[in-house]
Design a protein around this ligand. Sequence first.
Ligand code: CP3
Length: 363
Amino acid sequence: MTATALPASHPLIDGRTADSALVAALRGGRPAHRPVWFMRQAGRSLPEYLEARAGTGMLESCLTPALASEITLQPVRRYGVDAAILFSDIVVPMRIAGVDVDIQPGVGPVFGRPVRTMADVEALPTLGAAGDRGFFDSGLDAIRAAVTITADELGHVPLIGFAGAPFTLAAYMVDGRPSRDHMGARELMHSSPEVWDALVAWTSRAAGLFLRAQVLAGASAVQLFDSWAGSLSEADYVAHCAAGSRTALMSVADLDVPRIHFAANAGHLLDAMGSAGATALGVDYRMPLDAAARSTGGRFPLQGNIDPAMLAAPADALTRHVKDVLARGGEAPGHVVNLGHGMPPHANPDVVKRIVDVVHERG
Ligand code: CP3
């Protein structure tokens, strides 16, 4: 392995996670069992989450290290998954930067002041350089603290750090709130490409600094959630968004951690996403993993792609589906089992646990 800038006490360097099933599979290996974790496993359905969060706002919880750490650990304890994902949110770096954003229960991120003009972009806070102790870097200390205490608790189980991809973040900032088709953002990239590029430059930087802080503090892999990129044509993705995702992902390339790139409904973008700085690709439930492996020329370890709707199916049908995902994933050079999108908020924890057991027995 090449020398990296990770501290000697980092879990990937000191022997805790380098040989974990997750890191091995993401590096293209065949570990003794197929690793499994779930997008949106932290928070959502668990009763212990609802209890821990009671009375504390979503973003406030993310910025309270002991609480964020506790929620991160809950699914690992209950399900025995092969990775933890930090309890946080894609808009946490915006909040740390001082942008007026909140998460409304049942709605999602809502911005007080949508960003639509060059003046709006120029009014965004200056983020500073990596490691320069500006207010943004200092604000990231709460994230670093959550990561460090969590990684210490996790021992040999790797922690995944994450960020929202520049397009997905910009889509929220332009529309000011969740939208179905991201029309505001898609219009802006054509009506005012220079405003769009400036906004993407800002969100890329925020995402990159957020990822880097998590990795240096103890995360053993990262995932970029390009969640809404599937709404773009491949041409628009390549012309207006891929460079931003590449900037965010490459901001941790020198640290030699696996870099997963995920988007929903994006079978048509997989190749372009792979070329945007990823070392592994997350595939949603619409495209079978063997087809995804073929369409990307076998260049990437793949992650996915149990259909979240199958959690509601009878046990034997779900087991058959999981075995099918395992078989097809076996065609990729490295396979991490996951859902094809986030865990449904009403998921039954016993069903989730059963999936983990099936994967571990079969792997
Ligand atoms: O994966 C995990 O378990 C780690 C935590 C995590 C959260 N959000 C916690 C959260 C992660 C990785 C995210 C990512 C995220 N946030 C994405 C990308 C993932 C995807 O689904 O494609 C997006 C688009 C967001 C923005 C966001 N934040 C939405 C759409 C919502 C849901 C609004 C709702 O209540 O339905 C949130 C809020 C949010 N983020 C919650 C959690 C646990 C719910 C907060 C609550 O309990 O009220």
